[in-house]
Design a protein. Structure first.
Lengths: 504, 226
């Protein structure tokens, strides 16, 4: 099998797994949502395939790939069913849409595969791909894999090896296309759902153009690394939470809420497993979820819908890792640190009830949207204090970040100046913290993302001046969220009505 | 469905926000146009001054992200991808890939040999602090061939005691003496910023017990061929 066909076969495998896993939710997601979410959902099976091969002590071969797929399908569908399933949804997903989706995705994959466009650096060549090859051959999670790259991308590469590929690269532009389509679909069905059609087209078109002409997006669409995958999972997880929590319709079908929460949880797991530092950044969607889940009386099934897939995928992977490696030692991400983070994650699943209990005894409101803003405020203060205590390193990291993001060294030109200006302006327009809006949670998510970034990078390593700096690359993950947020603000301004005023 | 509000009916701050969004979007489009102009201009300039097109493009502030590591079309060939990376870290991986490719053809390979003295592999003795162009320091021992070969193959990588730094004539003599056949070449060892440079050759012994031998030849600036 030639490499291009191997690539296509591996990608089709992931899409097919995603289709099956999301089959019960298709009517709630609609054709666009269902088909667009299929690839990133199916991709999660790669991490579970590695889990299976590690525990079964066998290579990550076709059997392990299928086992990973079955585990994902079972996990997602059981969580969805326990959470109440896909009730009350009437949107049809016809067979024609499968043909169109397969044709569009297959066509794009074929073009990239034939043209053979790929971008790589030493991490791609000497780490991501070799770790995938090794995982395919031995089937075992290793310290190098877990500490340096986490399970998802080596697992994805291992499945490419199973299909005969010797360099997985076509999937990156496919994921970039997924990001673009998801941006358009979620804006149109979310903040622009009640807007004038002409205005909606202009706003969505502008948002899509803003994303696709951004050099870092083009670069990461071809870059064999973690950034497109991590950026996509963060973006999709958050947008699913915002769609699940929409308040612009009098009554959203319960099935749609469950479907979006299940997607959000699964994609949060993908975000956590895309890179070792994803373990820290995953608390951005987790915080947004707790805020959403405590808006009204905590519903056990909704908590299960989000935390079920998240814990199932993530804890399965790390359970296999601990079974294989014990408490591994590493200069990057060691077993003890991981255990602490996983403990906090498990505790977070009880977070909605804890927040609700505190809210009851507190004289001021703590739950719901207030939770997110309080958390971000406290996290900001603690982060500043922590960085001040370790200023020797944090000061250097800050200098490097400033040189990269604002001084031109990171290659973003004036992008982050524009982002800061727009974020600050949105505070003055009132959108940043407007209650019951499409914009409050995105704004707080962006802030929390950079607070976590400041902690991770300010306390662990100084970084360096140049495009290759870790924080400089990781900043890309927030970009689609920023564009979505700005588009939502523009939608409110152009519509001149908050979503609450439109329908209620 | 709501109606689109007029410019005058909105608050000043909302209008400022809209203008800022439009300005940012326009800046992005203008930047794209500048890059569109810079790329052909750089190509012409590169022809004029006989310098690499990509190198010039990388130095252009307008084209930074686009130009950095311009995509190349080696996607289907892992060895091809690695040969462009010119890193000391590629040594073991290349060996591992070649061994597995040969095994897939039915060749029995028992072990891979690399020189015990890896000075020639890295250009300096292992463990030597080396300074990158951005001022950061690393040690040359961070990527032993054995470890990276193990990503691809379970054929053991053994170190042998021989002087590996040869000129091309000596390499040919060694090939003749050991009945090793040249299998692959043109993998550069190290980038200029990371010290150790040169070209190495993989030789393979034909016969029942097939062996590979790394023969680094003449340290030289990266980018030059044999």
């Amino acid at each position: 099998m030639s490499t291009a066909w191997s690539e296509l076969a591996a990608i089709f495998f992931f899409i097919a797994v995603g289709w099956v896993a999301l089959w019960p939710a298709r009517r709630c997601l609609g054709a666009w949502g269902y088909h667009t979410a299929a690839l990133p959902m199916g991709l999660l099976s790669a991490a579970l395939a590695g889990t299976f091969s590690t525990l079964a002590n066998r290579p990550l071969d076709a059997v392990s790939a299928i086992a990973g797929a079955l585990l994902l399908i079972a996990g997602v569908q059981v969580c969805s069913w326990l959470a109440g399933g896909s009730q009350d949804c009437e949107v049809g997903v016809g067979w024609r849409s499968f043909a169109i989706a397969a044709g569009a995705m297959g066509g794009l994959a074929l073009v990239v595969g034939v043209v053979r466009l790929t971008v790589s650096n030493n991490d791609s060549v000497m780490s991501y791909w070799p770790l995938g090859v090794q995982l395919a051959r031995t089937g075992q999670f290793t310290t190098a894999l877990t500490a340096a790259r986490s399970a998802l991308i080596p697992g994805m590469n291992a499945i490419h090896v199973v299909f005969g590929s010797d360099w997985a690269y076509v999937i990156y532009p496919m994921l970039a296309a997924t990001m673009v389509v998801w941006l358009a679909v979620t804006l149109l069905t979310g903040p622009l759902g009640a807007s004038d059609r002409s205005a909606a087209r202009w706003i969505v078109g502008s948002a899509v153009v803003a994303l696709v002409i951004e050099p870092s997006f083009i670069f990461n669409a071809l870059f064999v690394h973690s950034h497109m995958i991590s950026g996509l999972y963060l973006f999709m997880s958050l947008t699913c939470l915002w769609l699940a929590g929409r308040q612009d319709t009098a009554e959203q079908p319960r099935g749609a809420v469950v479907a979006f929460l299940v997607l959000a949880g699964a994609f949060a797991a993908g975000f956590a497993l895309g890179r070792p530092d994803g373990l820290a950044y995953q608390f951005v969607p987790v915080a947004a979820a707790i805020s959403l889940l405590t808006r009204a009386k905590v519903d056990r099934r909704e908590v299960l819908a989000f935390f079920g897939p998240l814990l199932f995928v993530e804890l399965s992977v790390y359970a296999a890792t601990y079974a294989e490696l014990g408490l591994w030692d590493s200069g990057k991400l060691d077993g003890k640190t991981t255990l602490v983070v996983l403990g906090v994650l498990v505790l977070s699943a009880a977070g909605p009830w804890i927040v609700q209990a505190l809210d009851r005894v507190s004289p001021v409101r703590l739950a719901g949207e207030r939770f997110f803003s309080l958390l971000v405020s406290v996290a900001a203060v603690l982060t500043v204090a922590a960085l001040a205590l370790k200023w020797d390193m944090a000061g250097g990291a800050l200098d490097n970040a400033r040189a990269n993001l604002f001084g031109g060294a990171g290659g973003y030109h004036y992008l982050w100046y524009g982002v800061v200006i727009l974020l600050v302006l949105s505070v003055f327009t009132g959108d940043a913290l407007r209650p019951a809006s499409w914009t409050r949670s995105p704004f707080l998510s962006i802030l929390l993302f950079f607070i976590v970034a400041a902690l991770v990078h300010g306390l662990s390593h100084e970084g360096r001046v140049g495009p290759g700096d870790s924080l400089n690359r990781v900043a890309f993950h927030a970009l689609p969220v920023v564009i979505w947020y700005v588009a939502a603000v523009v939608a409110r301004i152009v519509g001149q009505a908050t979503p609450m005023e439109v329908e209620l | 469905m709501s109606r689109t509000a007029s410019f005058r009916s909105r608050s000043t701050i909302d209008n400022v926000m809209l203008v800022a969004v439009v300005v940012c979007l326009m800046a992005g489009i203008v930047r794209l146009a500048i890059v569109g102009a810079v790329v052909p201009w750089t190509y012409v300039r590169a022809r004029q001054v006989h310098t690499g097109f990509v190198k010039l493009l990388e130095e252009s502030p307008a084209a930074a992200w686009w130009a950095r590591r311009v995509p190349y079309r080696e996607g289907g060939d892992y060895l091809g991808v690695m040969s462009r990376h010119s890193s000391v870290r590629t040594l073991g991986a290349v060996l591992g890939v070649i061994v597995e490719q040969e095994r897939a053809k039915g060749v029995d390979i028992r072990r891979v040999l690399v020189p015990k003295d890896q000075t020639a592999l890295y250009g300096v003795p292992p463990g030597t602090p080396m300074v990158r162009t951005d001022g950061t320091v690393f040690r040359s021992e961070w990527a032993p061939p054995r470890r990276y070969a193990e990503f691809f193959t379970d054929v053991p990588v053994d170190t042998v005691d021989y002087q590996p730094l040869l000129n091309s004539q000596q390499a040919a003599a060694l090939a003749a003496a050991t009945n090793l056949k040249k299998r692959a070449e043109d993998f550069y060892v190290g980038k200029p910023a990371e010290g150790g440079s040169g070209t190495w050759v993989v030789l393979a012994r034909q016969g029942a017990q097939r062996e590979f031998l790394l023969v680094p030849i003449e340290a030289r600036p990266a980018g030059g061929g044999l």
